[in-house]
Design a protein around this ligand. Structure first.
Ligand code: DX5
Ligand code: ZN
Length: 220
């Protein structure tokens, strides 16, 4: 079954805890938390104190996406805040191997992400060290952008690698995901759909999440 991780970036921030509980009640697998530092991306969102504040609102898996420079500095803070999975970008400054090993040492699930213009080769050195790859299908920084179809072959390339080397690798896609683009990504080999605007615009996201969970890989 495909997993669904709604991006809390599109939630009503004035009711962040309630929105998180709503995501869990809608049958989502994980809650995607977009952390932005105004340096790696031209936007600032929230950090460990806010994540810690909403941790008690739900038991759902916290899927943190760090769009920050030198992420190794903050792994302990995000672990202490209650994150379960932490994904860092291969394009970020600092020692990314160190960041991944800190995530693993805290007993959390490490992930590596790559921007739309970044070739798959750039994440090759990190693939043996992670349990998740987050393929960006928009330029990170803002919700509500259009899906970049050129990224789909990268999903297939990573799935081919995973079939050989690490079949349990989660391949997540993030940016412009809706029913149409999500289905295409799963057919290309994605196992997790991250979606913000397309889910939060719905009064009730339950049925859509359930439908997306039924997407399967292309058998051919
Ligand atoms: C963008 C974030 C995404 C974003 C997705 O930088 O990483 O998680 O919230 O939003 P939509 O689904 O609206 O493209
Ligand atoms: Zn994200």
């Amino acid at each position: 079954m495909t997993k669904v991780s709604p991006s809390m970036l599109s939630a009503d921030f004035s009711r962040f805890g309630e929105e998180l509980a709503r995501v869990e009640a809608s049958g989502a697998d994980w809650a995607h938390l977009d952390v932005m530092d105004g340096m790696f991306v031209p936007n600032i969102t929230f950090g460990p104190p806010v994540i810690k504040a909403i941790r008690h609102c739900s038991d759902i898996t916290f899927d943190a996406h760090l769009m920050i420079q030198d992420p190794a500095r903050y792994i302990d803070a995000f672990a202490d805040a209650g994150c379960d999975m932490i994904t860092v970008h291969c394009e970020a400054t600092g020692d990314i191997h160190d960041a991944i090993s800190r995530i693993r040492k805290r007993g959390l699930v490490p992930g590596i992400s790559l921007n739309p213009e970044t070739p798959v080769e750039e994440i090759a050195p990190f693939l043996p060290e992670v349990d998740l790859v987050l393929v960006m299908t928009v330029h990170p920084g803002f919700g509500g952008q259009s899906f970049i179809s050129d990224c789909i072959p990268k999903i297939s390339d990573i799935r081919s690698w995973a079939d050989e080397e690490n079949p349990s690798l989660e391949i997540s896609v993030d940016g412009g995901i809706n029913t149409d683009t999500g289905k295409r990504c799963v057919e290309a080999g994605a196992s997790v759909l991250v979606a913000g605007s397309s889910l939060f615009k719905l009064d009730d996201m339950t049925q859509t999440i359930q439908y997306w969970k039924g997407f399967g890989p292309d058998e051919e």
